[in-house]
Design a protein around this ligand. Sequence first.
Ligand SMILES: [Cu+2]
Length: 126
Amino acid sequence: MKNNIIAIIAISFIIVGSLWGIGNIVSQDNTLSSKNEGIIMLMKDNKFNVTNPDITVKINQPLKISIANQDFRKHDFIVDDLNINTGFISSGQDFTTLIASDKAGYYRYYCSIHPGIMEGKIIVTD
Ligand SMILES: [Cu+2]
């Protein structure tokens, strides 16, 4: 029983650690893509992942996305045409959802409180 709990805690650390690792890697270039198992968007200083990167998703291949707020103010993440709306995410909280589309094209993501400075595009490709 005690060993199981320790194992679960250890696995949780590994999963969280690898997700944060992915977030760090993808923030360095300016694109995110569904090659990874999932992506992380960090809300910080009124930006998504510093550069509001393009997110590339394959058609009919949902991409898991975790959006974490590291700012001291609330933000949200909205993609009108893909029916994504996280609602307000408070400081320190996060929200996980899927980006999925059966139609290729460009889709705008944005924060409704900071449109213009917190926005970018999702590219759905064949
Ligand atoms: Cu915002």
